[in-house]
Design a protein around this ligand. Structure first.
Ligand code: PEP
Ligand code: MN
Length: 677
């Protein structure tokens, strides 16, 4: 063995030791978590403590930073560890019906090993610390019958997918079969194109997969030339078939795990139409399983209403009257009764709760048929939420107090031309949710990023930094409204792809400007929020087009526009159908030249009186110089803005646009820690 190899050997031994220490530390942590669960069992009012979770994440990422680790990576890792801990604790708060039985838990799913349902089963039952015996069934009905007849302890039944929608057959089986729902699982589906060898995608002539998977990847598949797409029993079996046929021009749509299981290659990743593609499963069992009232639960029911006016509404009103939040409503044809329907309802609530029991009693009296499927720990809210794997910005909610609006003000507002934007029409603040971020609520939202997306390195570096500092949303211009035609005009769609990639990499929604109506729909496919620049505030064709998309729009104030002109511009978007408009004060033109524009902070309280729409402040374009940005940002939050948007650049001196007003990384970090205080 030569000297170099020896060194590597020694280092590897040390890595093995370090890994062992990590695993031992995890085991120790899990043990402590179990002890906490015991003590919570006696005393705690609920098991999930979000404040404590956020504080722990904050502390750990700081510690990681001090040790020179990637704080983003550590945050993400710990979110997973903590979600797992919560699951372990929840287990202590429920009565599993197959109690401490000796053998392995028998769990069924439709498909073969490597199919998404089998992966979801492992994810769901993994935290039980028990041996699992997974069994694949050819059909959902076979699997459900095995649960009903006691051949299985549990079954994984997929009920809906965020791209393809509800799985009708699964809903029908829930009504027909005598089984209960005892759990739910959310599984992130990452479809890949899988082939025998590492061939180029253009060589593929035939693609096989489960029809649902084909549907979810329809856009990618329709782009393949001379290629036939065929339905197959399940995704993993399609991989198996490709392996058996030994034909290099064939491929399957399946998970990476399925490819690995059968020894095949992933030739293209991420081929689903929508970037966030999740399937929701319900876990079925023969009997209901009680869950402690302190665990956040969902309850699932099926009912049929009487053939009377307003029957569905009165049924749903019962839930509302008991303060139960409805999370899903589905209807299916009622067997043997044409033009009548079965309604499937999920709501947040636990059967162990008095309110829920009472609501169900009342509901029974109002319906012709009611079946309670069961209550189970919910996996779609809180820390389980899509995108919530990273600690949120640590800004504390602002004390807002009760805002009252006088009858007199309402009278004045009723005279304004804008209706939908007006507080006279809608009193409550409008909340706009993008991924896991809520704009317009009590917690101020921070949007940060470069003026222009310049390169992959630049946007990735900025995204990483601003995320680490606690930013919520990533900004970046790709279509730039420049005063001179000789200045950098932006990278266009290429830049949008880079911004999108950075947003996904660091778990932030993205915002970018659109200047031309023809670009609105295409940009909206990737951008979470569309920005309209000051120069386009009254571009009415653009505003009308924005009214037709299902994406929030941030409308910046025109350089020479009054507040009411601005609200009328917003009204254009609202009047054409899109109610998610955010206003952004970015400074107006006055006689003053010491700053680029004059930031009109008085617009914030005025807007908050006249409109229910969220208000963001952009101190960067108003100041034009980085030195003034921090005080203006602090002032913006002090006057009640719902958030700020600021420009950040790794090297402002080299920026292709707006360099003088860009914050360097350390200045942005300092601003964030001041805002935190
Ligand atoms: C921008 O945000 O990049 C921008 C061009 O801003 P404004 O439209 O406010 O000038
Ligand atoms: Mn700019």
């Amino acid at each position: 063995m030569n000297q170099k190899n020896k060194t590597i050997e020694t280092l590897r031994t040390e890595i093995d030791q370090a890994d062992r220490a990590v695993i031992e530390a995890l085991a120790k942590r899990e043990n402590l978590v179990a002890q906490i669960a015991e003590s919570k069992h006696e005393s705690a009012p609920q098991i999930r403590d979000e404040l404590r979770e956020t504080a722990v994440l904050q502390h750990l990422t700081e510690l990681a930073g001090d040790l020179g680790l990637d704080t983003y990576f550590v945050g993400k890792l710990y979110r997973d560890i903590m979600n797992h801990s919560v699951r372990i604790q929840e287990e202590r708060f429920r009565d599993r019906v197959p109690p401490e039985q000796a053998g392995a838990l028998r769990i069924g799913y439709q498909g073969t090993e490597g199919a998404y349902s089998s992966l979801a089963a492992k994810q769901h039952f993994g935290s039980l610390g028990k041996a699992l015996q997974l069994r694949g069934y050819e059909t959902f009905a076979d699997m459900m019958a095995a649960v009903r007849d006691g051949a299985l302890d549990y079954g994984m039944l997929p009920v809906e997918n965020t791209t393809a929608g509800s799985i009708n057959e699964a809903y029908d089986l829930l009504a027909q079969m005598d089984v209960k729902v005892v759990g739910e699982e959310i599984f992130k589906v990452e479809h890949c194109l899988v082939a025998l060898e590492e061939v180029h995608v253009s060589q593929i002539r035939r693609v096989l997969s489960h029809p649902q998977a084909l549907l979810q990847c329809s856009r990618f598949l329709s782009g393949l030339e001379n290629c036939q797409v065929e339905s197959y029993v399940d995704t993993a079996m399609a991989v198996q078939k490709v392996r058996e046929e030994r034909n290099l021009s064939q491929a399957a749509v399946a998970s990476e795990e399925a490819a690995r299981h059968f020894g095949l290659y992933v030739i293209q990743r991420d081929i689903a139409n929508q970037r966030d593609n999740y399937t929701r499963f319900v876990v079925v069992a023969k009997q209901v399983e009680a869950v402690d009232a302190r665990v956040a639960c969902k309850t699932s029911i099926i009912f049929a209403v009487r053939d009377e006016k307003g029957a569905l509404l009165s049924a749903l009103n019962v839930l509302a009257a008991h303060g139960l939040n409805l999370t899903k409503l589905e209807s299916r044809p009622r067997p043997n009764v044409p033009w009548h329907y079965l309604f499937y309802v999920d709501f947040q609530g636990n059967l162990a709760n008095d309110g829920v029991a009472q609501a169900l009693r009342e509901l029974a009296g109002l319906t012709e048929y009611l079946k309670v499927l069961g209550a189970y720990p919910e996996r779609t809210g809180g820390g389980n939420q899509v995108g919530a794997e990273i600690a949120p910005s640590p800004l504390i909610p602002l004390p807002r107090g009760e805002r009252e609006i006088s009858a007199e003000t309402i009278k004045l507002l009723e005279k304004k031309a804008y209706r939908l934007a007006s507080r006279a029409t809608r009193v409550e603040d409008t909340l706009i949710q993008v991924q896991h971020v809520v704009i317009g609520g009590d917690r101020p939202v921070i949007m940060a990023g470069p003026c222009s997306v310049e390169s992959r390195e630049q946007v990735m570096a900025v995204a990483k930094k601003v995320k680490e500092c606690g930013a919520d949303i990533l900004r970046g211009g790709v279509f730039k409204p420049r005063t001179s035609p000789y200045d950098f005009q932006g990278l266009g769609y290429e830049g949008l792809d880079l911004l999108y990639e950075a947003g996904r990499q660091y778990g932030m929604p993205i915002i970018t400007e659109v200047m031309h109506p023809n670009d609105v729909k295409r940009v909206a496919e990737k951008a979470d929020i569309i920005q309209i620049g000051a120069r386009n505030m009254q571009n009415f064709s653009l505003l009308k087009e924005l009214g037709t998309i299902d994406r929030p729009v941030m409308l910046k104030r025109g350089l020479m526009s009054t507040i009411d002109e601005w609200l009328n511009a917003a009204e254009y978007i609202l009047a054409h159908g899109n109610q998610r408009v955010i206003l952004c004060e970015r400074g107006i033109r006055t006689f003053e030249t010491a700053t680029r524009s004059t930031l009109d902070l008085s617009a914030v309280p005025v807007l908050k009186e006249r409109t229910h729409l969220p208000v963001i402040v952009d101190p960067s374009h108003a100041a034009g110089t980085w030195q003034y940005i921090s005080p203006l940002a602090e002032a913006a939050l002090a006057v009640g803005a719902h958030g700020i948007i600021v420009e950040v650049h790794p090297e402002p001196k080299k920026a292709l646009s707006d360099g003088p007003q860009a914050l360097k990384f350390d200045t942005f970090a300092a601003l964030m820690s001041r805002l935190r205080r």
